[in-house]
Design a protein around this ligand. Structure first.
Ligand SMILES: Cc1cc2nc3c(=O)[nH]c(=O)nc-3n(C[C@H](O)[C@H](O)[C@H](O)COP(=O)(O)OP(=O)(O)OC[C@H]3O[C@@H](n4cnc5c(N)ncnc54)[C@H](O)[C@@H]3O)c2cc1C
Length: 114
């Protein structure tokens, strides 16, 4: 039995969170007033590129800068959104394409794609 199997066997079935991973079209608005989203809640995507955690960290850094800029919160949050939207949208869309092409199985398609 592998170490992974031993680890999985040792877990309580009821303690295992089973969530599906889904892509989502880029959201044009992440919040309103003094409330905003960041990370996966703002721009979820399946881990085809392994960028979700990176984007969440980038969001946090930019959000902190916006909140520390002296702008009122109702202006700082949209500023954060506008600074982050295009990059996260691009990665979401790229991830969607990678997920799609990653499912290709026909040899000719794979040759063309690679
Ligand atoms: C299999 C897999 C592989 C991945 N590989 C990579 C990778 O290689 N590189 C990379 O950059 N990213 C990777 N990611 C993506 C990365 O894990 C996520 O994008 C990242 O964790 C998002 O961070 P987040 O803080 O937005 O959300 P989360 O990490 O999901 O954090 C949200 C937190 O909120 C908590 N929460 C939820 N609801 C409530 C509530 N009502 N009250 C209180 N707390 C609540 C949750 O328990 C959780 O702790 C991978 C994801 C998966 C699934």
């Amino acid at each position: 039995m592998s170490r992974l199997q031993i680890f999985l066997e040792s877990m309580d079935e009821n303690e295992i969170l089973k969530n599906g991973a889904r892509d989502c079209a880029p959201l044009r608005y992440w919040g309103k007033g003094a409330v905003t989203l960041l990370g996966d809640s703002a721009h979820p995507c399946r881990p085809n590129l392994g960028q979700g955690g990176c984007m969440a960290l980038e969001d946090a850094v930019i959000l902190a800068k916006c909140l520390g800029s002296g702008l009122p919160i109702e202006a700082a949050l949209p500023r954060h959104e506008s600074l982050r939207f295009h990059r996260t949208k691009h990665i979401q869309q790229h991830s969607l394409v990678m997920g799609y092409t990653g499912q290709w199985q026909a040899p000719l398609s794979l040759t063309v794609a690679t």
